[in-house]
Design a protein around this ligand. Structure first.
Ligand code: ZN
Ligand code: ZN
Ligand code: FE
Length: 759
């Protein structure tokens, strides 16, 4: 009823407000408050026209009562004409320039789970149950605005019952774009190794196969998994053989958090993280009994990765077999990108899987499981992408293409940075294809036209070559960012720090500024300020005997350390069973094919090699992980007195501790001592630089920051010296976070250039 108290407002809501039940929420609120008007999705978010009395109450409650998956960034108001609507309506989406966000994929909510196992519900045991508060989002959405025709549910027209729910504002599936039911939704199927349908209920039949020690490919949210009984050592060994993944740890899925303490030590925060709707793989300290119970799952390592069911299909499997413990490993043969298509699965997983549990709802966007701990990420993907990272100020639109290992890309828009899901190592054509696909998709869904492209300094990375071509094609600048500068800049961006920081980069190997012939960097102390940095110091370089191969053979790094200690004569005796030992000694003596590196990662390799913990690695970081596992089992020790030298302020020399390790009889004690001494040396080094420069903020990043023991010791040590340590929190500290740092440097460089141009 229009009267003199009726007023009207146009209300714009931005943030994550599409695909999260925001319009029905607005509808219910407006109905309760007896307001008239409409709500719609558009490319900028949600727009509301509301008229009636007490509009302020609506505006307050839009923020305070927003649906669980929504993130309201801003609510802006404009006065409007009273249009005398009769009632409140949800109206059709309109297109236009896209500047809103897609929601992330989440596990089934409690209400959907209750229906899933209620025999009287029409969705009883429906493997695709979802609602406005849960289910697939990013992985099923082709483009914005988020509406059913833009998702992979488009081929499934609603049945009359679903249509009624979708259009009934009082229903909890009102405008739930991914909703469906047994009458109109996708179908679950179990196929045998030859791709032929198998008889019986797909869930029951798949369980029978798993219990019989078979390997089943299961279609998940962002790709296929290979699943098998984690307690069956023979099957786990067979899976390793078929995947050709000799030693990399497997993640383990449990039905409920109650069974987790059998395998891992958990805090309340760990439990909350396991049960969070993002359902990441959570890395947890192993129980001593875990290796015997789950033989071959994560051999020799101190941690085990656990996760809980993330899809209704997984929930059904574990509901019917509550004691089930499954290895759930990404189906990515030969380190290539994850399998997402049904035909692709039958082809690429032929020989790996004994059966295929799949369905006809397409995965539009490939997205691996996320791997993390409570305090940070190892791999950021499903459940977290495409959430934005807020930057401290507006920046130009940058495309940053990351590095080589664990590639991700980053696109900035306004004051937000969007980092892609984990893409992988760009060492094969398929991964490079996925990389390019991701660039196109991310720019498309964000509707960003980059003004600058940022890349690593290394000229041979696929990402670097791509960046050069991309920039040339569009006539925009390309900026090379030094690898460790980018690592530190990523932490600064995340923390919104614009003042100078001391950057401690502890990494594998990255190209320094000296060009391809210079020393490979990787253990650097930098002074980082905005787009520029200065190298204050570095770890004492060690030789890489044989070049890149030394990064995969820790015994070579041990030999390099012995040679540096003047104990080269021990090399052949210690590594008598290594045919290359004598040649290696000659190379070291003559300095032939022995490039130098200040890499901290290679120090871990050298220590592991000297302690006999690891001769050769089969995946990046393995020696350091084994060393950390040994040290964790041993327990804390004090740092070795005199274990390092830093007479020259710009060079930290850890050879003294290596002299000790070379004579150490007991590997786990040696590993603990190495961790303690390295941390103490680094704290001393950084604290010295803090005194000299007057800078109190320390940012640390690089692959070595994934080492739990090292990080804990650095935190405590720096705090004791009155210094704050900033770490990567919402992105991995390793190369998975590199793109954000590249983007931040390029954005600041561009801002600085624009400021210079001001009169
Ligand atoms: Zn739900
Ligand atoms: Zn239906
Ligand atoms: Fe790196």
């Amino acid at each position: 009823m229009v009267n003199e108290l009726t007023e009207a407002r146009r209300i714009r809501v931005t943030g994550v407000v599409q695909g999260v039940g925001f319009r029905p929420f607005v509808w219910r609120l407006a109905s309760e408050l007896k307001l008239n008007g409409w709500v719609k999705n558009d490319a900028a978010g949600v727009e509301i026209h509301a008229e009636g009395r007490n509009l302020d109450v609506l505006i307050t409650r839009l923020r305070s009562e927003a649906p669980p998956l929504a993130r309201v960034d801003a609510v802006t108001l404009q006065p409007a004409q009273v249009e005398s609507h009769a009632g409140f309506m949800i109206v059709e989406s309109t297109g236009g320039k896209v500047s809103t966000a897609i929601g992330h994929d989440t596990a089934p909510c409690a209400a959907c789970l209750a229906e899933l196992f209620d025999p009287d519900n029409r969705r009883y045991r429906h493997p695709f149950i979802t609602c406005t508060h849960c289910g697939p989002r990013y992985t099923v959405t082709r483009r914005l605005p988020y509406d059913r025709p833009q998702t992979s549910l488009a081929p499934f027209p609603f049945c009359p019952d679903c249509q009624r729910e979708y259009t009934d504002p009082a229903d909890r599936r009102f405008h739930a774009e991914t909703t469906c039911c047994p009458n109109c939704g996708p179908r679950l199927q179990l196929l045998d190794a030859a791709g032929q349908p198998m008889a019986g209920d797909p869930i029951a039949a798949a369980l029978a196969l798993l219990n019989a020690g078979k390997i089943v490919a299961i279609k998940g949210l962002g790709g296929f998994h290979l699943a098998c009984d984690a307690r069956n050592a023979a099957t786990v060994a067979l899976l390793r053989e078929r995947k050709q993944r000799e030693e990399k740890p497997f993640a383990v899925m449990l039905g409920a958090v109650l069974s987790a303490p059998t395998f891992a030590v958990l805090t309340a925060d760990d439990v909350a993280l396991l049960e969070s709707s993002e359902r990441p793989i959570v890395l947890l300290p192993k129980q001593p009994a875990a290796d015997a119970l789950l033989a071959g799952v994560a051999p020799g390592l101190g941690e085990i990765g656990l996760l809980l069911p993330a899809t209704p299909i997984q929930c059904l499997l574990f509901h019917d077999a509550p004691d089930l413990v499954l290895v759930m490993t990404s189906a990515n043969p030969h380190g290539e990108p994850l399998v997402i298509g049904n035909d692709e699965a039958l082809q690429r997983l032929a020989g790996s899987a004994d059966a295929f549990l799949l369905h006809d709802r397409d995965i539009v966007v490939r997205c691996d499981d996320s791997v993390r701990r409570v305090d940070g990420f190892v791999r950021r993907a499903r459940g977290y992408v495409p959430r934005a990272i807020r930057l401290p100020h507006q920046v130009p639109s940058v495309l940053a293409v990351g590095g080589w290992f664990k590639n991700t890309i980053c696109v900035t828009r306004g004051n937000e940075a969007f980092v892609s899901q984990h893409i992988g190592d760009l060492d094969n054509a398929a991964a490079c294809g996925f990389f390019e696909e991701t660039v196109t998709h991310l720019l498309h869904i964000l509707d960003v036209t980059p003004e600058i492209v940022a890349h690593d300094l290394h000229p041979d990375f696929h990402s670097t070559r791509f960046a050069a071509a991309f920039a040339a094609e569009r006539g925009i600048p390309a900026l090379g960012v030094q690898h460790h500068h980018a690592h530190i800049a990523a932490v600064c961006a995340e923390h919104g720090v614009t003042e100078p920081v001391l950057g401690l980069a502890l990494d594998g190997i990255g190209l320094g500024t000296g060009g391809a012939d210079g020393t490979a960097w990787g253990g650097e102390l930098l002074r980082v300020e905005g787009p520029s940095f200065e190298r204050l110091g570095h770890l004492r370089p060690l030789a890489l005997p044989g070049g890149d191969v030394a990064a995969r053979e820790p015994w070579r790094m041990a030999a390099a350390a012995l040679h540096a200690l003047g104990r080269g004569d021990e090399i052949v005796r210690r590594f008598a069973d290594e045919p290359a030992a004598a040649t290696l000694l000659k190379m070291l003596e003559r300095g032939i094919h022995c490039p130098q590196t200040s890499s901290a990662g290679r120090l871990f390799d050298a220590a592991a090699g000297l302690l006999g913990a690891c001769r050769r690695t089969s995946f990046e970081g393995q020696a350091a992980m084994l060393l950390e596992g040994l040290a964790a089992r041993h327990g804390p020790v004090a740092a070795l007195a005199g274990g390092w030298r830093s007479e020259a302020a710009n060079c930290l020399d850890l050879l003294p501790v290596f002299a000790y390790l070379a004579d150490c009889e007991e590997a786990s004690g040696g590993a603990a001592l190495f961790h303690a001494t390295l941390a103490a040396a680094l704290v001393d080094w950084v604290a010295g630089a803090a005194v000299r420069t007057g800078i109190r903020h320390v940012a640390a990043a690089g692959g070595c920051l994934l080492n739990r023991l090292l990080v804990a010791a650095l935190r405590a040590g720096l705090a004791a010296r009155g210094l704050t340590l900033m770490e990567a929190r919402t992105l991995p500290p390793s190369d998975g976070g590199l793109a954000l740092g590249q983007a931040w440097v390029a954005a600041n460089a561009s801002n600085a250039a624009n400021e210079c141009r001001q009169p």
